[in-house]
Design a protein around this ligand. Structure first.
Ligand SMILES: [Zn+2]
Length: 183
């Protein structure tokens, strides 16, 4: 799965405990309910793409942060904003997210947007051209899905490579690659 045997670690043997709380959100869904991700459509704003590219890991250590999204129609979601890097510690092939920093960003943006933008996923960089998720990448998204207060019944994962992005959705059951429409 990983080219050149790279490892993506979020911490030194310590399991990352994601904790994302969206203040004020009372809308929860049953995690046991299955959703059909084929029914979902995604858009991504050009400025988000530009910001992600500006964080691409051409040198230095991995960066990571959160994605904010909005609902723009029935089953239509837009990736509309990213947090600046929220890094607690990082290496060339691993990034542990600073949960407090990320939560602060999520709450602030949620309030500033008058509750129209909410936590929708995670982004991080890889020092490779066309990134492939690591086992840890998959498991940390699964952890977040279980522990975070989510407004939507899925989480997005964006991995920023130096030439392309990997974008997938986790629906509580499986990961599926998505190609959001650029808006
Ligand atoms: Zn990774």
């Amino acid at each position: 799965m990983l080219p050149m045997g790279r490892k993506h670690k979020y911490s030194n043997g310590k399991r990352r405990k994601p904790c994302v709380i969206v203040g004020g959100v009372k809308k929860y869904f049953a995690r046991t309910a299955s959703v059909n991700v084929d029914d979902y459509h995604f858009e991504i704003k050009q400025e988000v793409v530009n910001e992600l590219i500006s964080n691409a890991q051409c040198e230095g250590n991995e960066l990571c942060g959160v994605l904010m999204g909005s609902q723009v129609g029935h089953n239509y979601y837009r990736i509309s904003k990213i947090s600046p890097p929220c890094v607690r510690s990082h290496t060339r092939c691993g990034c542990e997210r600073d949960a407090a920093m990320a939560n602060q960003f999520i709450e602030k943006d949620y309030n500033q947007s008058e509750h129209t933008r909410f936590y929708i996923g995670e982004w991080h960089t890889h020092p490779e051209d066309n990134p492939t998720p690591s086992a840890i990448d998959y498991s940390s998204i699964k952890d977040n899905y279980q522990t975070a207060s989510l407004v939507v019944p899925f989480l997005l994962m964006i991995i920023v490579g130096t030439k392309s992005f990997h974008i997938s959705i986790y629906d509580g059951d499986k990961f599926i690659k998505v190609e959001p429409e650029l808006v």
